[in-house]
Design a protein around this ligand. Structure first.
Ligand SMILES: C[S@@+](CC[C@H](N)C(=O)[O-])C[C@H]1O[C@@H](n2cnc3c(N)ncnc32)[C@H](O)[C@@H]1O
Length: 241
């Protein structure tokens, strides 16, 4: 039995299991001072499952992820997810070429943005994120990134992008406003490609359909660990409503 209580330290609202030992990962949940905490990314204990966190709490957890990046992020897993996505596009002759413009929603420090750029020939790839810390780190990598403000319009015109990617973002609860923005800036016929794992937010599923996205296709099922899926959605070429 792992003695988790003696291994964790408090950082803001989150407890961090600073053993960072993959062989003895702590229990799925733990009670601390009468409150239930949920294990997340193996070494964090957060106040609710990720799909119930508030946006402010998501930013706090994601910033901690950046502080402990080397210890908590499995880059191999990251690479595999991006590969599943880009291979699917290539194998299905979904057109990605020098004229394509793409948006990386929730780009974080730019890890997946860089992988996407390496894997597919995309001329224009812009990242957006609500975390100032993440945006600064991505800018350090000389990536084109914009900071988003919660529930403020994205700084792009309607129908700007052919593709929108969201990598390790949609397991959080994304607001209906953000879904509408994703939909607004995507061109008619444009694709929204995202991954999720463990449990996808129920709201995300509902909002996806309410904004007008169609044809949600699960393109990877069982190939990746942790109940992991990649989903493809399309903005219809003509207005449906
Ligand atoms: C786990 S990180 C993944 C970062 C990056 N996509 C990657 O693959 O490394 C999730 C990122 O999504 C961002 N995020 C979460 N909710 C968001 C929202 N509603 N709008 C924009 N970014 C969001 C977080 O700030 C964080 O940087």
């Amino acid at each position: 039995m792992v003695d988790i209580i003696n291994r964790i330290i408090k950082r803001g609202k989150v407890y961090v299991d600073e053993s960072f030992n993959k062989e003895t990962v702590g229990p799925l949940t733990v009670f601390i001072e009468g409150r239930k905490y949920y294990r997340f990314m193996d070494f964090f204990y957060i106040t609710s499952p990720p799909h119930f966190l508030t946006t402010e709490d998501v930013v706090e957890v994601c910033n901690l992820r950046l502080d402990y990046f080397e210890k908590v992020v499995n880059l191999e897993f990251n690479r595999n997810v991006v590969l599943v996505m880009t291979n699917y596009l290539k194998e299905n002759a979904i057109n990605i070429n020098n004229y394509t413009s793409a948006l990386d929603f929730g780009c974080g420090s730019g890890v997946s943005t860089t992988l996407l750029k390496q894997n597919i020939g995309i001329s224009s790839l812009i990242g957006v994120d609500i975390s100032e810390k993440a945006v600064q780190l991505a800018k350090n990598l000389k990536l084109e990134v914009e900071l988003l403000t919660i529930d403020k319009h994205f700084p792009f015109k309607n129908d700007s992008f052919d593709f929108i990617f969201a990598i390790f973002v949609m397991h959080f609860n994304i607001s209906f406003f953000s879904f509408n923005e994703i939909y607004r800036v995507l061109k008619p016929g444009g694709l929204f490609l995202y991954n999720y794992y463990n449990v996808e937010s129920f709201n995300n599923q509902k909002f996806l359909h309410e904004t007008g996205f169609i044809q949600q296709r699960i393109i990877s099922n069982g190939e990746l660990p942790r109940n992991h899926y990649v989903a493809l959605c399309e903005k219809p070429k003509v207005d449906l409503f």
